[in-house]
Design a protein around this ligand. Structure first.
Ligand code: ATP
Ligand code: MG
Ligand code: MG
Ligand code: MG
Length: 438
């Protein structure tokens, strides 16, 4: 991509409305545009990152055996009356009427709809286990939308729903999602810690929130520092095998949100020098809720003995759009964003430090063509900005690798490569730069 052809509306000034760094940087880097309170348009740079994050979430859901579908954003109020949540949900639910005065709502979550789909088709335990997910926009009319995409009203969520014959099987499904979440967040360069959590309006008795530590987070958390060093399962993890040793390892080290924190246990279990009380961002939550929805909505399957029983369910959410904010909170410096490679909007940027100089232009074009041909996502800054402005923009938008090409270096046959994450620089020939970055 040539920057001269791209749509990257960088802001010079710090937007006043942004209270936290991720919101400020997303606005300044031209990633999002607020259209109404808590409702954002995703501009090209932000959209590229959103898609990358979405794809990692998808790959890890698929790997764990979940199946993707897509449910609509609008739902019938009557469906929610079946579970009793239409009245219980309260003002966070956006209620809409169509021209026939039929009551609709913009879905804040999809337990009811997926249960309706399930019960229409699945009648036997032989079709279980089943885990269906989608990645779809949600609406919650948050009392206080703030911090940009971190607490939006319209936001992108991955939500998966598992269906099993009994509690033991449902816990197997729960464990698969637990492991998939460990992998998902680690692939994005995040340390997201599973913490015991309250189940809230979803209901049920077993739940973990996945939380990224950050001072600007909205949840208070208490952890044993050791949890930060636990190993994340590799891509070869066997989802059909026994996952309980992994779950045990992660859940036996103290980590809890303030809602369920047990101060006495914390002090008893965790040595003083390992106690951490800080804040964090909830990037995902998993629930086992048993027969809450299947009882109310009659989602029954015939068991091996031919008797109909309500299925045991779980639901598993990831805040896909919130993750952009969480990643930036974790990966930035005073100059801007430092994208982890896996989610970066482009992997490499080429900075032409003397646009219009025939030799420099030619070297940049050649490098741009070679890297692009090798499948590298490159943003080529071919604008006529000064070098200083190009450096600042590149640091702000946080592309992991910058290749700087100017007349001086080029006279010696050299370009400079800067790694955004640690600022380290190296000088090498353009050919070596290509070899390094493919
Ligand atoms: P919160 O405690 O932040 O209000 P929640 O517990 O209400 O979140 P869940 O119902 O667990 O949210 O939804 C699953 C995930 O969706 C959350 O873990 C979070 O990452 C994301 N999410 C929830 N609300 C929002 C929002 N308003 N804006 C962006 N992401 C959100
Ligand atoms: Mg909420
Ligand atoms: Mg919550
Ligand atoms: Mg939650």
């Amino acid at each position: 991509m040539r920057l001269s052809r791209f749509f990257l509306p960088i802001l010079k000034e710090n937007p006043k409305e942004a209270e936290i760094v991720s919101h400020r940087l997303m606005l300044r880097a031209g990633m999002i545009r607020q259209e109404a309170a808590g409702i954002y348009a995703w501009l090209p740079l932000g959209f590229r990152v959103l898609k990358k994050i979405e794809q990692i979430v998808r790959e890890e859901q698929d790997r764990a055996g979940a199946l993707e579908l897509l449910m609509p954003t609008l739902q019938l109020a009557d469906l929610w009356r079946e579970s009793g949540r239409y009245d219980a949900y309260g003002p966070e639910m956006l209620r809409i009427a169509d021209r026939h005065k039929r009551e609709l709502l913009y879905g804040p979550t999809n337990e009811e709809m997926i249960t309706e789909i399930f019960r229409a088709y699945v009648k036997s335990y032989k079709n279980l286990p089943l885990n269906l997910y989608h990645i779809q926009w949600k609406f919650r009319d948050e009392q206080r939308p703030r911090f940009g995409v971190m607490r939006g009203r319209e936001f992108l969520m991955k939500d998966a729903y598992s269906f099993d014959l009994n509690e033991a099987a449902a816990r197997v499904a729960y464990n698969k999602m637990f492991v998939a979440y460990l992998r998902t967040f680690a692939r994005m360069g995040l340390k997201a810690i599973p913490m015991r959590a309250e189940t809230g309006p979803i209901g049920g008795d077993l739940s973990h929130e996945f939380i990224v530590l950050a001072e600007t987070g909205e949840s208070g958390v208490f952890i044993n520092r050791d949890v930060l060093d636990l190993p994340v399962p590799g891509a070869d993890v066997d989802y059909e095998g026994d996952l309980t040793p992994i779950i045990k390892q992660w859940t036996s080290v103290y980590a809890a949100t303030e809602d369920v924190h047990d101060a006495a246990r914390f002090e008893q279990e965790v040595p003083a020098d390992k106690r951490v009380n800080t804040r964090g961002i909830e990037v995902g939550q998993i629930f086992y809720f048993g027969t809450k929805y299947s009882d109310a909505m009659k989602a029954l399957v015939a068991g091996p003995d031919g008797v109909d029983v309500p299925i045991h369910g779980g639901s598993y959410g990831v805040g896909v759009s919130r993750l952009l904010g969480a990643i930036i909170e974790a990966c930035h410096d005073d100059a801007g964003i430092k994208w982890p490679e896996a989610v970066a909007p482009f992997r490499v940027s080429i900075l032409n430090l003397k646009q219009g100089d025939a030799a420099v232009d030619a070297a940049c074009e050649k490098l741009y063509a070679e890297l692009t041909a090798k499948g590298v996502d490159v943003l080529y800054d071919d604008t006529d900005q000064r070098a200083g402005a190009k450096f600042a923009a590149a640091d702000l938008i946080g592309i992991p690798w910058q290749i700087m090409i100017g007349p001086k270096g080029l006279a010696d046959g050299k370009v400079e490569i800067k790694r955004r994450s640690d600022g380290s620089r190296e000088t090498m020939s353009p050919a070596d730069a290509v070899a390094r970055l493919v």
